[in-house]
Design a protein around this ligand. Structure first.
Ligand SMILES: CC(C)(COP(=O)([O-])OP(=O)([O-])OC[C@H]1O[C@@H](n2cnc3c(N)ncnc32)[C@H](O)[C@@H]1OP(=O)([O-])[O-])[C@@H](O)C(=O)NCCC(=O)NCCSC(=O)C[C@@](C)(O)CC(=O)[O-]
Length: 392
């Protein structure tokens, strides 16, 4: 194939449809939730903050528990409603997430003050991880809200009493992969085995504690091992399987940041054709190639209203070599608000959190907007000082 043709196939679109898309005949977990459907049709977007989990999991130096808790508490004050707080995975695989039990325990005992009701999400790849989370829940059975009481938490108005925070809601997240190689690298099993495990996790999460379940599919727009051509129809099949198991939301992970605008569009078209509704989808873009906001615009235009982001642009998957952080929360909030979308998040407050956490863990701030806002503040301050000096 000529180089130009190869490039256009690599960057502009996935392969032609090999299979007819499956028509939607099943009832998914959220299909009958009118509030989620209406939230999706307006100008409100839900931002899922993944900094405390995706943002920190790849850090080599152990981050103190107190820093993680302070990060979550600071984020809770910004207006973000959903915060991914930890991960019940094997500590041999991801040592940084080893204190997730303590994080969950602390959040239940001392729910952070926040202007809006909060949901905390935790990854659990198997029953072992879920049971570790359940051990904590068993010690605090009345400290969290269940799915039935919180279906609108992401879009609710400010809580009535910030002095006594309401019980947070909890969510479990499973994580599949769109390619066999990534599945083996990340989960040590093939896709089919991972799905069988997720079925157990989803069932137990719902039956035991009525927890909402998010289901990631990683490497949907490019795999570090199998390349750019990830089959959108395979993604749609996996998404459908997860929804049929009872997952409430599919988070499409562009783990490597290899996604481009046309390929994002093509993927979303595949999902729509398979009957996956926009309100069941969240987009999880990494910004490795600087395309995350362009791809976000495409997804927004397609009708998606839930987007993941990580304060300070922290992050990266330990099993995706070379992949950098998620799109920065600061950049996402700025971008959405300039488009007239309502995030409910205070940009200035989130800029301060990004500045604080990146200094705290000794990382550069990967957000473009964060340093720009801080610079503008400094200039305004200097101008005020100068004006004062001239008056005196
Ligand atoms: C799934 C496993 C555990 C399989 O790992 P395995 O080695 O095949 O598991 P196993 O069942 O053979 O067990 C081996 C040992 O691990 C223990 N174990 C087993 N399960 C657990 C658990 N849940 N929690 C704690 N311990 C666990 C188990 O008890 C045993 O302990 P031992 O007897 O040797 O002392 C492993 O592959 C794993 O932990 N993988 C997770 C990798 C990971 O966390 N990756 C990053 C998150 S995904 C991501 O970042 C992408 C995402 C979500 O952000 C979206 C995107 O950007 O695409």
């Amino acid at each position: 194939m000529a180089r130009a043709a190869l490039l256009s196939r690599r960057f502009l679109g996935c392969r032609p449809c090999m299979r007819a898309a499956a028509a939607a005949t099943r009832t998914f977990a959220t299909a009958s939730d009118p509030q989620r459907a209406s939230a999706n049709s307006n100008a409100r977007v839900k931002l899922v903050e993944v900094g405390p989990r995706d943002g920190l999991q790849n850090e080599k130096k152990a981050i103190p528990l107190a820093t993680k808790l302070e990060l979550i508490e600071r984020l809770a004050k910004t207006g973000l409603t959903t915060i991914e707080a930890g991960s019940f995975v094997s500590p041999k695989w991801v040592p940084q997430m080893d204190n997730s039990s303590e994080i969950l325990q602390h959040l239940l005992q001392h729910p952070p003050a926040s202007p809006r009701p909060l949901t905390f999400s935790f990854l659990a790849p198997n029953l072992k991880g879920l049971n570790n989370a359940f051990t904590v829940l068993a010690q605090h059975p009345d400290s969290f809200a269940t799915e039935s009481t919180t279906t609108t938490s992401s879009t609710s108005s400010p809580s009535s009493s910030p002095a006594s925070p309401p019980k947070p809601a909890l969510e479990v997240a499973v994580f599949a992969a769109a390619t066999e190689t990534f599945s083996r690298k990340n989960l040590n099993c093939d896709i089919a085995t991972s799905l069988a495990r997720f079925r157990e996790v989803i069932q137990a999460a719902k039956e035991t504690h009525s927890l909402r379940v998010r289901a990631y599919i990683s490497v949907v727009l490019g795999c570090p091992f199998e390349g750019f051509d990830v089959d959108g129809h395979r993604v749609a099949e996996i998404a459908t399987a997860l929804l049929e198991m009872g997952a409430d939301e599919i988070a499409l992970g562009d783990t490597t940041g290899m996604g481009t605008a046309p390929r994002t569009k093509e993927l979303l078209n595949c999902l729509s054709a398979a009957g996956v509704r926009n309100e069941d989808i969240a987009m999880h873009f990494h910004d490795t190639y600087g395309q995350a906001l362009v791809n976000t615009a495409v997804a927004l235009e397609h009708g998606i209203r839930t987007f993941d982001c990580s304060v300070g642009g922290l992050g990266g998957c330990p099993y995706s070599p070379g992949a950098t952080g998620n799109v920065a929360t600061e950049d996402m909030v700025y971008f959405m608000e300039t488009l007239g979308m309502d995030t409910g998040v205070d940009l200035d407050a989130v800029v301060d959190v990004g500045d604080w956490i990146t200094r705290e863990i000794g990382k550069g701030n990967a957000s473009a907007v964060g340093p720009a806002v801080l610079g503008a503040r400094k200039r305004a301050e200097a101008e005020r000082e100068q004006a004062k000096a001239e008056e005196a």
